[in-house]
Design a protein around this ligand. Structure first.
Ligand SMILES: C[S@@+](CC[C@H](N)C(=O)[O-])C[C@H]1O[C@@H](n2cnc3c(N)ncnc32)[C@H](O)[C@@H]1O
Length: 276
């Protein structure tokens, strides 16, 4: 078990402050999604520059639906960036994920780009960052930021709820930060994500140990859903009192279970939320 980098304030105080600010940002964010043209699209990259980066994968209908509530999408960010920096969030996740210069990293559910902004200098010009999401307005904010900051190595990618639409075999590390509980088709998304991973590629999931309806994912439920698609757990680290980072190795495209085999595995061993 590990904890976030220490700072002058006590751990319980930092966690309380992060959670309180996150609640305000997360639950105040509905307006952004509801807007027909987000502020990020004005003067930013054109809508044309925001699109899929890979061909369509398998359809959602080929996979079972999850047997647990799916959280609503309410905001393009977990909480304020200065609060996250104070907690040392990015450094800790990047360290656990072993992200190095030259890697291709996909931030699935990137929102307005807290991780993308920090990945850009870490992977460097020889590397690549895919800032991916399914909400065009959120990607508009990210594209604006990319243009303003003149990031040389970022591609803003529009995916679908069941398909990240990333380039086949193009990703070393995929991040899912505070978003797994919002995925409405987890089996399809994980299966299609495997197409985008390089051999040995890793999926890094940060979430809260809470019911999915409360913007978290119980670890047992997470493991069950990933195992059904052939992902192998490599590490599990508790990073705050109810927060964890779980790292999985993606299955190779030749060895992953077929969609029919995923359905059979889920029927035989249903992945259900624990009773509360
Ligand atoms: C709470 S925000 C977190 C944003 C960012 N990762 C962060 O940590 O600040 C969740 C994000 O996940 C995105 N999202 C939800 N379902 C998704 C899916 N199936 N594929 C990609 N992104 C998704 C939402 O649009 C939203 O931007």
């Amino acid at each position: 078990m590990s904890t976030r980098a220490s700072s002058a304030s006590p751990h319980w105080l930092r966690v309380g402050v992060v959670s309180a600010v996150a609640a305000v940002v997360l639950f105040g964010g509905w307006q952004l999604r509801g807007a027909s043209s987000g502020p990020g699209l004005r003067g930013g990259l054109s809508q044309d520059s925001i699109g899929p980066a890979g061909p369509p994968g398998e359809p959602a209908t080929a996979f079972p639906a999850p047997m647990r509530p799916v959280a609503d999408i309410v905001a393009p960010r977990w909480t304020r960036e200065d609060v996250r920096d104070e907690a040392g969030e990015f450094e800790q996740v990047a360290g656990l994920a072993k992200i190095r210069p030259g890697m291709a990293v996909a931030d699935i559910g990137a929102g307005d780009g807290y991780y993308v902004a920090r990945l850009v200098p870490l992977v460097g010009r020889q590397g690549m960052v895919f800032g991916q999401d399914i909400i065009p307005d959120y990607l508009g904010l990210l594209a604006d930021r990319a243009r303003r900051e003149r990031w040389p190595n970022v591609r803003v990618v529009l995916g679908e709820p069941h398909d990240p639409r990333l380039p086949p075999g193009g990703v070393d590390v995929a991040l899912m930060i505070h978003m797994y509980h919002e995925i409405e088709q987890p089996y399809a998304l994980l299966w299609n994500l495997a197409t985008a991973m390089r051999p040995g590629g890793r999926l890094v999931i940060l979430d809260l140990e809470r019911p999915t309806a409360q913007h978290g994912t119980p670890p047992g439920l997470l493991r069950c859903e990933l195992k059904a698609v052939g992902y192998r757990e490599r590490s599990f680290t508790r990073t705050a009192f109810d927060e964890y980072v779980a790292i999985f190795e993606a299955p190779g495209i030749a060895t992953r279970p077929s969609p029919a085999a995923v359905s059979a595995a889920v029927s035989a061993n249903p992945c259900r939320a624990p009773r509360e």
